[in-house]
Design a binder for this molecule. Structure first.
Ligand SMILES: *Cc1c(COP(=O)(O)O)cnc(C)c1O
Length: 374
């Protein structure tokens, strides 16, 4: 049993992948070849935004987004401590300050009520709140109506970290269509993954699109050797764009298959005592990057993971340590107990195999192992 089964997916589309790769080898435009533009157009259309700017990774997408809006020294960027390090790392890289806000205990996403409280607490500080990075954790989008309202009242930018949620929906709109700018990742394990690193920014703002394209190539102006701002080498490889185009053909179907798998899990697992299955609020559609459940406590989680491992069922913990407890962020001065929901969830959460091709019999086995262990 695989945690994420990329081999089965590859078998379905191997002819198309082969011919797309061959086409790149034939034309030889390895950097910014025609496949890059094709991919950007396809994904912008799918998401329903005007502009898509591809880049080298999800991390670069976030970095370029913050650079495009000139986030830097003295700026506070509010985000969740219960996420992958990249979300907050890019804030610090630019000299701005991550300000953490605890999560909602049901969705594990940033809690809008606590955003308001945090903004009040920043009133007498020297930091100026500039942006909110909301993360769509495990494939479920954050509450963008509530976040947008607060951002509007406080003149803040909203950045959607959609690294895990490509394909998700919120109130009829696709993930990557929220906030001023959205950033996704094509890391192989994400819902739409390539065979290496890749990422993309989405925005309806044409001016920001122009700036992103400049930042992506060393802050270029009229041409490559005219540099008008500080940028990065943030391009996606043509080869990865060619692979993504092949994968995207079956992606909408895969999002549907993920719903089927998640529904089966819910039916099998929700009746097992102590376990808490994922809550998907009304009007949300998760992309199910991960299927993450809560054990009753840390000790029980340890016992359940051991039982799964004994039966050769893969599992993972996303995330064992919230960002405010990471050594890399010790300079921010947070303490244990500052974000009790994140800390509690980090001790109890674990993820089960999740991909579009997970078989019912495997899911039944997983449920049996968990049930008998409990
Ligand atoms: C994966 C991930 C990123 C970073 O994406 P990369 O492509 O690996 O750089 C950022 N934020 C979140 C929430 C992620 O899960």
């Amino acid at each position: 049993m695989e945690f994420i089964d990329l081999a089965t997916q590859q078998k379905r589309i191997s002819d198309k992948i082969d011919s797309n790769i061959k086409a790149v080898l034939n034309h030889g435009k390895y950097i910014m070849g025609p496949e890059v533009k094709t991919l950007e157009e396809k994904l912008a259309d799918y998401v329903g935004v005007k502009h898509a700017v591809s880049c080298a990774s999800g991390t670069d997408a976030l970095l370029m987004a913050l650079m495009a809006y000139k986030v830097g020294q003295g700026d506070a960027v509010l985000t969740t401590p219960f996420t992958f390090i990249a979300t907050a790392e890019v804030i610090s890289l630019l000299g701005a300050t991550p300000v953490f806000v605890d999560i909602d205990p049901d969705t594990y996403n940033i809690d809008p009520v606590k955003i308001k409280q945090t903004l009040r607490s920043l009133k007498n500080k020297s930091l100026a709140p500039k942006a909110i990075i909301a993360v769509d954790l495990f494939g479920l989008t954050a509450d963008y109506d509530a976040i947008g309202l607060i951002a509007g009242e406080n003149n803040l930018l909203v950045i959607e970290d959609a690294a895990q949620s490509f394909g998700a929906e919120y109130k009829g709109k696709k993930s990557c269509a929220f906030g001023n700018i959205a950033c996704t990742s094509f890391f192989p394990a994400k819902p739409l993954g390539c065979y290496g690193d890749g990422g993309m920014c989405f925005t309806n703002d044409s001016q920001i699109e122009t700036i992103l394209k400049s930042i992506r190539v060393h802050g270029q102006g009229g041409d490559k050797y005219d540099n008008v701002r500080i940028g990065i080498n943030g391009r996606i490889d043509t080869m990865q764009a060619a692979i993504l185009t092949a994968k995207f053909d079956i992606f909408p179907e895969e999002v549907k298959l993920r719903q089927t798998v998640a529904k089966r899990y819910e039916k099998l697992l929700s009746k097992i005592p102590f376990l808490k299955t994922p809550q998907v609020p009304e009007n949300y559609l998760s992309a199910w990057a991960q299927y993450s459940i809560l054990a009753e406590n840390e000790k029980q989680r340890e016992m359940l993971l051991a039982a799964l491992s004994k039966e050769k069922i893969p599992s993972a913990i996303y995330y064992p340590k919230p960002l405010h407890q990471q050594a890399a962020f010790s300079f921010l001065g947070y303490n244990k107990g500052d974000f009790p929901v994140s800390e509690n969830v980090a001790q109890r959460i674990f993820s089960l195999p999740m991909h579009p091709y997970l078989k019912e019999e495997d899911q039944k086995k997983i449920a049996e192992v968990l049930q008998s262990a409990i």
